[in-house]
Design a protein around this ligand. Structure first.
Ligand code: NAI
Length: 258
């Protein structure tokens, strides 16, 4: 973006915004970092894997963007607190890190259930809490949860109960935090992607029958690219979405409209 652009277009600009992304070294998280960095944001690339985070932020810096790496395991309250301790102010949080447990519900060990809920839901909540504390003081901020279409439907292709439950809870957490923090100038939204081509879905998509079933459920007939999720995320956290809060935007090629 540059000074010759119409004012409306500048509202997508993220210059002077500090953005923290969790699970940022790969897939959707990294695509968010790349796009937001390209739009001028100062990006804090956080990941459970510190080397992967350093590599990712190095890539952004070499491309002329402003980025730094930080280890942050959203499954650990202590790790979240430690990572945020060094951050004074924040404009945008992309709460992206997530995991699943493809185990039939009747057989699922409690520890697998708790691990998924801890990472996807509790970790997202604690990160949002830390972020909001650094936004409220400035009277403005934006939080975005990466939920899933699996938070809007029951699943059905394979068993993944803890994932579905945690993503559904994120959709409603988005609404309730939006209401609670509206008067502090903090907007809270979510994206709900369908199947995105990332390392997370590599195994699943290598099964031709599964890929066929996924494409058959996607009216637009193809998988989603990480940048297509990043485009929606970058819009929702920008000033272009200044009156949008509490919504979950499906990015699913029509899946949830069937
Ligand atoms: P990915 O596997 O490509 O990347 C996940 C990143 O998170 C990795 O860099 C990994 O090191 C990091 N990570 C794992 N556990 C972590 C933890 N405890 N704390 C911090 N970082 C951690 O995954 P992908 O596909 O980009 O997924 C990102 C988010 O998008 C997840 O929340 C996932 O549920 C969601 N999503 C993904 C979809 C897909 O089809 N790929 C569809 C809908 C939602």
């Amino acid at each position: 973006m540059n000074a010759t652009m119409p004012a409306g277009m500048k509202r997508l600009d993220l210059r002077d915004k500090k953005v923290l992304v969790t699970g940022a070294a790969s897939g959707i998280g990294f695509a968010c970092c790349e796009l937001m960095g390209a739009r001028g944001a100062d990006v804090i690339v956080t990941d459970i894997d510190p080397e992967a985070a350093a590599q990712a932020s190095g890539k952004l810096n070499r491309a002329g963007m402003s980025a730094q790496a930080l280890q942050l395991d959203v499954g650990s309250r202590r790790s979240i607190a430690t990572a945020f301790a060094g951050i004074e102010t924040l404009d945008i949080l992309i709460s992206n890190a997530g995991t699943g447990a493809r185990i039939p519900a009747a057989d699922m060990p409690e520890e697998d259930w708790r691990r998924v809920i801890d990472i996807n839901l509790t970790g997202g909540f604690l990160a949002a809490q830390e972020a909001a504390r650094r936004m409220g003081t400035r009277g403005k901020g934006a939080i975005l949860f990466v939920a899933s279409i699996m938070g809007l439907i029951g699943g059905g292709l394979y068993p993944n109960a803890a994932y579905q439950a945690s993503k559904g809870a994120l959709v409603n957490l988005t609404r309730t935090l939006a209401l609670e923090w509206a008067d502090r100038g903090i907007r809270v939204n979510a994206v709900a992607p369908g199947f995105v081509r990332t390392p997370l879905t590599l195994g699943l998509l290598s099964d031709p029958e599964m890929e066929k079933a996924i494409l058959a459920s996607t009216p637009m007939g193809r998988l989603i690219e990480p940048v297509e999720v990043a485009e929606a995320a970058a819009f929702l956290v920008s000033d272009a979405a200044s009156m949008i809060t509490g919504v979950t935007l499906p990015i699913d090629g029509g899946w949830t409209s069937r």
